[in-house]
Design a protein around this ligand. Structure first.
Ligand code: GYE
Length: 613
């Protein structure tokens, strides 16, 4: 195996030299820089291969690869070198998020940056593409509980390079699940830096101390394989080995599962293909570039590894259709945001040639469940759902799963035990939206030590955006002592309720209110009317902050009645149709697509109105 890694390294260095052509090559229109953390992990070698494969489609594009060899200092120099080459866009897979965040922020000021696999701190990048490591950890933990059963057992955890987000997120996720079975004990946790050989050496030592291990849980297939080799000589009994990555290459997770060496693994796509596809869209000026793409992790076991490789999208007993039928269960027409969202979905369906059956549920979950059941009966190809509330979806989602109909969650998430029951989420980061509202407010009041009294108008009880916008807003208030939420009432994202609820609060609180924080524009606009009816000036006597950034809100900003609006992008139609089409064509689709969003102030409202939707 060591010879194989050395061979790959020589090949990769040789390829880097070949690829180190500058933009002067005739016919090169775009130069992409790919800064790789290291080439000592099979997963990273595969990432570069995925990039090379994807870029073949574009004749006028060149990629320059650099290899930081697990050194942040070298990676910083690599990025500077790539900038000197005059690259048009940077793709970076960081050695260490902390070390590399400053340079990513700096490059982002000059050219677009796609961050691959490990998050930077903050939002100073164009697009993030990577796995949901916490989910992978949780799914691994559930798998361990399932394998060991009530009897439990002793397990060894093998971690990657300390300091990289996957290590802590996967470990936390796994531990959160195994703690549900008191008979499962982690008897050793070792660090093998994602290296097979290190895992082999560590395991050889561990097995001398603990001859009766039941399971080894490694954070990569390479380390799981190393652990297996480290124990193999002892020919010990029935030890289970679990890994992550699920690559299809030589000694990759898929073949290790097929050979029975691994009990299972979870796919962790490299994102290299997606990075090139989005890089080209960015360079060609395409509008709808999301902010985050969270790639899907599939559980691979002996029974499904073959199917996974040749996965076909089976539809029992369905007549073959000329076009795709998307059944969409909408919330209702509760807000102007929803109007813009519906228009975007309807237009995109036409643009993509997809038959759309959109049904409204008047914001009733009971009705929405009935609509989803009707789609299952009609055997639609894909179900789109904007869930009115987060909970209560298990049963009908299982029915859709049994009918082999994937569910795309649009603009709102659900809270259920098994997140494999839905296929993709397309929407916003609502916690960040709440934080942006809170940060602006704190900044607006500067160093004032006066107590600032806040009225919060909440969206529909139990709705994901209402829950998470509250979480985000309160999180930033936690570091202050003078901001107080004196009233927090539901107004269901509706203008009429925003007005009536605000009227009652004004009569109760009289002049004590400094700020209204509304979870959406419609409730804010209703409150603005109530404030005016009460004889006060919204935007001056009472500061008004909202989320959505719809046209009516921009007009209220321009008129000085609204002070700040956080954008919640309703234009989800193109991404919904793209995922629907890919699903129908048996392509892998991301687990989450998080939209790009900005903020609107009284200063930039007028300009935004000229370009809005
Ligand atoms: O903020 C609100 C709509 O789910 C993000 O629902 C959406 C929210 C949006 O009624 O206006």
């Amino acid at each position: 195996m060591k010879k194989f890694i050395v061979f790959i390294l020589i090949i990769s260095i040789f390829l880097v030299l070949i690829n180190n052509e500058s933009k002067e090559d005739e016919g090169t229109k775009y130069l992409i820089g790919m800064s790789q953390a290291n080439l000592s992990e099979p997963w990273r070698i595969m990432m570069n291969e995925d990039i090379k494969e994807a870029v073949k489609k574009y004749r006028d594009v060149k990629v320059i690869f650099t290899d930081a060899g697990q050194s942040s200092k070298k990676q910083i120099n690599d990025v500077d070198k790539l900038l000197d080459y005059g690259i048009d866009i940077l793709i970076i897979s960081m050695n260490n998020s902390e070390d590399l965040t400053p340079i990513v922020e700096n490059v982002y000021k000059k050219i677009p940056v796609i961050v691959l696999d490990r998050h930077v701190k903050g939002y100073d990048y164009t697009l993030f593409i990577g796995p949901d490591n916490k989910f992978i950890g949780e799914e691994t933990g559930k798998f361990i509980v399932d394998i060991l059963g009530d009897k439990g057992g002793d397990i060894v955890e093998i971690q990657g390079l300390l300091g990289s987000p996957p290590v802590s997120d996967r470990s936390k996720g796994m531990r959160s699940e195994i703690k549900k079975n008191k008979n499962i004990n982690i008897i050793e946790t070792v660090v093998a830096d994602w290296q097979k050989d290190k895992a082999e050496d560590k395991m050889r030592e561990i097995i001398k101390k603990h001859p009766s291990i039941d399971l080894v849980c490694a954070q990569s297939d390479a380390m799981a394989f190393g652990a297996y080799k480290g124990i193999e000589e002892n020919k010990l009994g029935n030890i289970h080995f679990l890994g992550v990555d699920g690559l299809a290459n030589y000694n990759g997770g898929l073949s290790l599962v097929e050979e029975g060496i691994l009990k299972g693994t979870f796919t962790c796509p490299t994102g290299g293909k997606e990075a090139i596809e989005y890089a080209m869209e960015i360079l060609q000026g395409k509008k709808t570039i999301p902010k985050k793409i969270i790639l899907r992790a599939n559980k691979i076991i002996r029974d499904n590894v073959g199917e996974y490789l040749n996965k076909k999208y089976k539809k029992e007993g369905n007549e073959v259709r000329a076009s795709i039928l998307l059944g969409f269960a909408q919330t209702g027409m509760e807000s102007s945001w929803r109007d813009a969202n519906v228009k975007s979905i309807e237009k995109a369906a036409v643009d993509y040639g997809i038959d759309l059956d959109m049904v409204y549920s008047d914001n009733s979950q009971e009705k929405q469940i009935r609509i989803v059941r009707e789609f299952i009966r009609k055997k639609v190809d894909v179900i789109g759902l904007s869930p009115v509330v987060e909970r209560g979806w298990e049963e009908v989602f299982k029915e859709a799963k049994e009918a082999n109909i994937p569910i795309i969650l649009c603009d709102r998430k659900v809270t259920i035990d098994d997140n494999n029951l839905w296929t993709s989420f397309i929407g916003s980061d609502f916690i960040e939206e709440g934080k942006r509202a809170g940060r602006w407010m704190i900044d607006y009041f500067g160093n004032s030590k006066d107590v600032i009294n806040i009225v919060e108008l909440k969206g529909t009880r139990g709705a994901n955006p209402a829950i998470e916008r509250k979480i985000g807003f309160e999180e930033v208030l936690r570091d202050t002592s003078n901001f107080k939420i004196i009233k927090s009432e539901y107004a269901n994202f509706r203008m009429d309720m925003g007005k009536s609820v605000m009227k009652n609060i004004l009569n109760q609180e009289k002049g004590k209110i400094d700020v209204v924080y509304a979870h959406n524009d419609d409730m804010a606009l209703g409150a603005i009317t109530a404030i005016e009816d009460y004889g006060l000036e919204p935007g001056k006597d009472i500061i008004v902050i909202s989320i959505d950034g719809t046209v009516p809100a921009l007009k209220a900003l321009a008129a000085g009645k609204l002070n700040f609006a956080v954008e919640c992008n309703p234009v989800l139609g193109p991404q919904i149709m793209e995922v629907t089409k890919d699903l129908f064509e048996n392509k892998e689709v991301p687990k989450q697509i998080i939209t790009e969003e900005e903020v609107f102030t009284q200063e930039n409202a007028k300009k935004e109105l000229l370009t809005k939707y």
